[in-house]
Design a protein around this ligand. Structure first.
Ligand SMILES: Cc1ncc(C[n+]2csc(CCOP(=O)(O)OP(=O)(O)O)c2C)c(N)n1
Ligand SMILES: [Mg+2]
Length: 768
């Protein structure tokens, strides 16, 4: 029936769970309150079996109804077949997750559910081990299992293997089901899997007497008794022993093709098609019911009829509900158009718009917006009350409708990161000057003391206390669960963070160097950055990603790819502190908020001296606020991170020849300068240069856009606004490589001088 809705044009796309139903029933039986699912688009039966999804909800998902009450899976933001449960109350606070069955919000990217699954499972382990944590709403002594589902073809993805290895190492309560129908859309197993059998190639993960590992189970997808046993067994092993389990469910089918985009007759031969008809799990389940005398054939026929009727009614109701608001809104708009047409010299054109709209029997919000906005063009210059009414209506309509599609990119709640107030660091009169990394370390010490649910993990973060000693000694103090080493596997480090943050922990996931964050980019951009948005505020993952970057040396240790990051990670906060005190303050702020962020410490700043604050763990660097670090009258220089120190150097040299630059530290790139302070500086100096070490047109272009267009600084400029960035290539190694790849003090001096020369060649004659 769902398929038909797409073929008749009511829905755009449909993807269904057919052929995979039976193992999902078995999984649902083993799934307990507090457990989490991280799965993919085939899991509709599982969701329905647990009462988490109703037939009507499913049709609303197909139609993309924007009302969350009607389309509870995403309010129309995701295609149907993407499932979730609600972890949050309306005000963003946690529900009691131990009292409900939980499904983390799906994403379309195949295997993208795997890294998050690792973290969801690890949370149980952390809660069981760490008795001092606040687990009230999240865990009953770590007895919760995280259940993953994945298609056979998607096990080819790197994310699958990285997750499987990491969960084996960590020994977490994770049960992964592989739904194996021997295809990935049209492509058969021989192109996906060595030996065409995932069980054969994961055999080495099997635990044995000597080594910890996995419990591996293989079961046929049409064999209900075997499935029930497998799932009960898996649940016990994972729940009690915290040993991960993989269940390879074989001999599944895909009766109507992958999705509504194509039919499987195109790529399966007659023999396979016949086998699928004979062995479809529903068909064999029915045979088993009859053989076992659980029900009679008549009873099952009756049941099928009843189910069909229920689904048909759900479909009809959903379509009526999808349309009802638009139909009443259309009536009102037609009245307004009629009224404006009656008086206007453009009556013919306006009547046509009105009649065309009347002819649309199943109007979308787009139809309504197009009609009203086009009509206004024919009313230019008229001043009737009817025109005013149409303008007001259009304005109200757009204001009402836009949030349906755009809300919840960031939290609207009280503890939104930008609402956390600034608290300045305080200093003794003779404050000691210490290495920046000491400030970070001592602040982290306080932070872990103050936040029992906080933990940090990454490559070399545990025993040695990170590669720059910002966590020195903390593992000894807080234990190896809270201050932990991980394998070299950036994607699942982020996955650990996402999953644990979704279960009430406050993880800080450390990516050793900024240049290596790109391994984890998919999980960051597809999963973490979209979570609040794609769930319309029903799930959150307040994960802090800690990394270090900018200016060190060489192609892979001095990247500053901020343009890429700020564009891919909308939905997160991106902070580039100039020193370790600012960085520490950001961590303190973020711990008070419930949103995800990326903090990039300045790689060459750990050994620079900073005065030691007295209120470590307390002071808070505000998010979205720039800081003027030198006042000046002649030009505004905006920069951030390591580059800022070079800007300061250049500014000193400029002052020697009488050019007084104002320097502003952007410091929070997403969001940038919400109080619009930079334009006030430009108003004073009337010149603007943005300097960073990203590629040309990268973050500097974004900042220019923010300042010139959004803050309207163009009104005050007497010189062309400019950017100064690194070369387009990656930075070359060595002192000279750095000097000739990234903006240096001479570049900045000459660029500023050039701007003043152009404005006033008499005072500033040509330099060279
Ligand atoms: C990263 C990524 N690549 C490609 C796709 C397009 N795609 C969607 S489903 C699919 C096949 C998945 O097959 P399988 O994992 O066996 O699951 P099945 O649909 O057979 O249950 C592909 C290639 C995607 N969604 N994500
Ligand atoms: Mg498949």
């Amino acid at each position: 029936m769902g398929r038909k809705e797409v073929l008749t044009g009511k829905a755009k796309f449909g993807i269904f769970g057919d052929g995979k139903e039976l193992p999902q029933l078995a999984m649902a039986r083993a799934f307990k309150n507090g457990d989490f699912r991280s799965g993919y688009y085939r899991d509709q039966t599982f969701m329905m079996a647990l009462g988490l999804l109703q037939p009507k909800d499913f049709f609303h998902g197909l139609y993309a109804t924007t009302d969350m009450e009607k389309e509870p899976m995403s309010g129309g933001r995701q295609m149907g077949g993407h499932f979730l449960t609600y972890s949050l109350n309306q005000d963003g606070t946690w529900k009691d997750l131990t009292k409900q069955k939980n499904s983390s919000a799906d994403i379309s990217c195949t295997a993208g559910q795997m890294p998050r699954l690792l973290g969801l499972a690890q949370a149980s382990k952390v809660y069981r081990k760490e008795k001092g944590m606040d687990n009230a709403k999240f865990s009953d002594d770590g007895n919760e299992v995280a259940w993953g589902t994945i298609g056979n073809a998607s096990t080819s993805e790197g994310m699958f293997w990285e997750t499987i290895n990491a969960a084996g190492v960590l020994q977490v309560p994770m049960v992964v089901s592989v739904w194996d129908d021997e295809y990935g859309i049209s492509v058969p197993a021989k192109h996906h899997t060595t030996k065409e059998d995932i069980s054969k190639i994961i055999a080495g993960f099997q635990r044995d007497g000597d080594d910890k590992g996995y419990e591996l189970l293989k079961v046929k997808g049409w064999d209900y008794t075997a499935l029930m046993h497998a799932y009960e067994n898996a649940s016990d092993i994972a729940r009690q022993e915290h040993v991960p389990v993989i269940i390879h469910v074989t001999e599944l089918t895909q009766p109507q093709g992958h999705s509504t985009s194509g039919s499987h007759e195109r790529y399966k031969n007659d023999k396979r098609l016949e086998w699928e008809r004979d062995n479809d799990c529903n068909k064999r389940f029915k045979e088993w019911i009859l053989e076992s005398n659980i029900a009679t054939s008549e009873e099952l026929d009756e049941l099928e009829k009843r189910v069909k009727r229920t689904v048909r009614e759900a479909k009809k109701e959903a379509w009526t509900e999808f349309l009802e608001d638009n139909i009443s809104t259309k009536k009102r708009l037609v009245q307004l158009l009629d009224a404006v047409a009656a008086k206007s010299p453009n009556k013919t054109f306006l009547s046509k718009i009105k009649n065309d709209l009347i002819a649309v029997e199943e109007p979308t919000m787009k139809d309504l917006a197009v009609a009203s906005r086009k009509a206004l063009r024919y009313l230019l210059g008229e001043s009737s009350a009817e025109r005013k009414a149409l303008i007001d209506w259009t304005q109200n309509f757009l204001t009402k409708v836009q949030p349906k599609f755009s809300s919840y990119l960031y939290s609207p709640n009280e503890n939104r990161a930008t609402n956390i107030p600034a608290i300045a660091p305080t200093y003794d009169q003779n404050a000691e000057n210490v290495d920046g990394r000491v400030i970070l370390r001592d602040n982290f010490d306080q932070l872990f003391q103050n936040n029992p649910n906080a933990l940090i993990f990454g490559e070399d973060s545990g025993t040695i206390g990170d590669v720059n000693q910002g966590l020195e000694g903390l593992q000894e103090k807080y234990g190896s669960t809270r201050i932990a080493d991980t394998g070299i596997r950036e994607t699942t480090i982020i996955g650990q963070g996402i999953g644990m943050a979704m279960r009430g922990l406050r993880p800080i996931a450390e990516i050793q160097y900024l240049d290596y964050i790109f391994y984890a980019m998919s999980s960051l951009t597809d999963d973490l950055a979209t979570l609040l948005y794609r769930t319309k505020g029903k799930q959150k993952a307040p994960l802090i990603v800690r990394t270090r970057g900018h200016r060190l040396e060489g192609i892979w240790h001095s990247g500053s790819q901020m343009g890429g990051l700020i564009h891919l990670l909308r939905g997160m906060y991106i902070l580039a502190p100039r020193n370790m005190t600012q960085a520490a303050g950001f961590y303190n702020t973020l711990m008070k908020s419930d949103e995800p962020a990326l903090v990039i410490e300045s790689l060459n700043g750990y050994r620079l001296k900073e005065p030691r604050p007295t209120n470590l763990g307390e002071f808070q660097t505000p998010i979205g606020v720039v800081e003027t670090i030198k006042e000046g009258a002649d030009i505004t220089l905006v920069s951030y991170g390591s580059t800022l120190r070079i800007v300061q150097q250049a500014a000193k040299e400029l002052l020697e020849i009488g050019i007084d630059a104002e320097i502003i530290d952007a410091q929070t790139l997403l969001p940038f300068d919400i109080k619009q302070d930079v334009v006030k500086s430009v108003q004073k100096t009337s010149r603007l240069l943005v300097i960073d070490e990203d590629v040309p047109g990268g973050c500097s272009a974004y900042l220019l856009n923010e300042i010139v267009e959004k803050q309207k600084a163009y009104r005050y400029l007497d010189s062309a606004p400019q950017t100064l960035s690194a070369q387009s290539h990656r930075p070359a190694y060595g002192t000279d490589g750095d000097y000739f790849s990234k903006p240096n003090a001479e570049d900045i001096f000459e660029k500023v001088y050039g701007i003043l020369h152009e404005a006033n060649p008499d005072d500033y004659p040509k330099l060279r």
